[in-house]
Design a protein around this ligand. Structure first.
Ligand code: ME8
Length: 509
């Protein structure tokens, strides 16, 4: 069986988990479900990035030890992912012994190899971002990432010799044009960082101690990004007694990250891996940001929306549908209450909910709930619907396989709309008035329910809870991905279930 290893970033436990982090995680889980449906042995990793000065400060502010704080936050994270029915296989924490031990060892090894050397670092440090910047990187004398004040700092540090590997990385970029998605991000990394020449990276700190200590020089802790990035392999048991997962799943097939951290994943991570003599991940996808009306939503800015109240009020799938539909490949998307209500009412209630409700209603009304016959006398309209459905499946696959997941939803929605249109074209309520058209009516209703079945299978990776409800209402267990390849998989003679409202309209007044 072909494997598929997918990861999310490991999140900082420095504030509440918001719909931005929820988006990345939901996206990864959706892609995993799709891959599983396509027959892959898919494995998903998520977790927490628990070291660093920022976390230490937040813990102090709460009157907790860092360990107490991160323990609580890890529970919070697990609660949210469980509420969101995220299908992760492992949850790594950088305070796990399985991680810290290996980070110590990796640091030692890189030092022994001469890739890490001791020197002195001076630069402009942004506390919230835990990043040093050079003078030229600052924007108006402030942090180029978050726009806040930076402080001139100097410390004895270990450095990683990036220059040694830069040419190899350039070659890798050239040989693997789809390594970084979207292409625009790759070009940015290439033109702004690789071409001008990579700077060596400072990989230790002495200004705080909440981190993995450097074994041979314990006043240093390992810089949070070297610590964090290695989670993708420590979770698989790299350098441990049992590295069977590493053998099975590495290299990662897809690292999903937000565009804020593509620099670390696209430049430093591959170089660390080269230094460790490990294969590089196959692809790294940087998605855009969920924006609020007042700009980027972020923990440090404090303008966050949390997923829980939305889920509580409108349901998990309404929330997931919105974020997954609204965020186009690599682009930012905006969260507004109006936009949310619109998608909810138009897409979920009108298009999907009504299609199901009308169809089941008609089957109940005209045939006592039973799908009586396999289609006979196939008309051009029927053929068109069948062709449309086949083409939709092809399009969905194309979009999903290139991680254009919102397009995959749009393609599925086109099938939902086409099926709705089929009702208007075939006018079952008129056919029902004429006894001689009973066969035709049965065929129309069969095609409708089969259209629904196929659309539902395609929607399953996105909103599995709703799709289960639909399968129950149309009373089918023929729900495998392969079953939709041929139109006609719905078993005739089936009695449909009771129609139930999937989504209740939100009254906007
Ligand atoms: O960067 N819209 O952790 P983090 C969409 N620990 N996604 C968003 C978002 C928004 N407004 N805000 C955050 C870290 N994200 C490091 C990662 S990985 C080895 C270490 C998502 O808690 C997005 O995926 O700050 C982004 O990359 C991630 O949260 C940053 O999470």
């Amino acid at each position: 069986m072909q494997k598929f290893y997918i990861t999310t970033p490991i999140y900082y436990p420095s504030g509440k988990f918001h719909i931005g982090t929820a988006y990345t995680t939901a996206l990864a889980s959706t892609i995993k479900r799709y891959k599983k449906a396509r027959g892959f042995d898919a494995y998903m990793l998520t977790g927490m990035d628990e070291h660093g000065q920022k976390v230490q400060k937040v813990a102090e502010g709460r009157g907790k030890t860092p360990q107490e704080h991160v323990d609580e936050m890890a529970e919070e994270a697990k609660k949210i992912w469980s509420l969101m029915e995220i299908e992760y296989d492992d949850f790594i924490r950088t305070t796990d012994e399985r991680h810290t031990k290996v980070v110590e060892e990796i640091f030692d090894r890189l030092m022994e190899q001469g890739d890490i050397y001791k020197s002195e670092y001076e630069g402009w440090y942004c506390m919230p971002c835990e990043t040093y910047f050079t003078e030229t990187q600052l924007v108006d004398g402030k942090c180029p990432d978050c726009g806040r004040e930076v402080k001139k700092m100097k410390e004895e540090s270990y450095f990683f010799n990036m220059k040694k590997y830069a040419d190899r990385l350039i070659k890798f970029y050239n040989d693997n044009p789809e390594f970084i998605l979207p292409e625009s991000r790759k070009n940015e990394l290439f033109n702004n960082f690789l071409k001008p020449g990579l700077e060596d990276l400072c990989v230790s700190r002495t200004s705080f101690d909440w981190g993995v200590k450097v074994r041979k020089d314990p006043k240093h802790v390992v810089y949070v990004w070297l610590d964090a990035l290695t989670n993708y392999i420590t979770a698989l048991g790299y350098l441990s007694d049992d590295d069977s997962l590493m053998k099975k799943y590495w290299p990662a097939d897809l690292h999903i990250v937000g565009k804020d951290i593509i620099r670390f994943h696209g430049l430093y991570w591959p170089i660390f891996l080269m230094a460790l003599d490990l294969p590089l991940p196959k692809q790294i996808y940087a998605h855009g940001f969920i924006m609020m009306k007042d700009g980027k939503m972020s923990k440090s800015k404090g303008n966050v929306i949390c997923p829980e109240p939305l889920i509580e009020r409108y349901g998990l799938d309404a929330f997931k549908y919105f974020i997954l539909r609204e965020m186009s490949f690599g682009q930012d998307g905006t969260f507004t209450p109006e936009g949310f209500v619109e998608r909810f009412n138009f897409d979920l209630c009108n298009d999907l909910g009504n299609l199901l409700n009308r169809t089941i209603g008609m089957i109940n009304k005209y045939f006592g709930g039973e799908i009586t016959s396999y289609p006979t006398n196939i008309s051009d309209l029927d053929k068109e619907l069948e062709e449309f459905s086949k083409n939709s499946i092809k399009q969905v696959e194309e979009q999903f396989d290139t991680y254009h997941t919102s397009n995959a939803i749009i393609e599925t929605w086109n099938l939902v709309s086409r099926t709705n249109k089929y009702i208007d074209e075939t006018t079952p309520w008129i056919l029902a008035k004429d006894d001689s058209k009973k066969d035709r009516l049965a065929t129309v209703l069969y095609n409708l329910i089969e259209g629904i079945r196929i659309g539902t299978v395609l929607l399953r990776p996105f909103i599995p809870e709703t799709t289960e409800k639909i399968f129950k209402q149309i009373n089918t267990d023929n729900t495998s991905y392969d079953s939709v390849k041929e139109f006609g998989g719905y078993k005739s003679g089936t009695k449909v279930g009771t129609p139930e409202v999937l989504f209740k309209r939100i009254e906007t007044k």
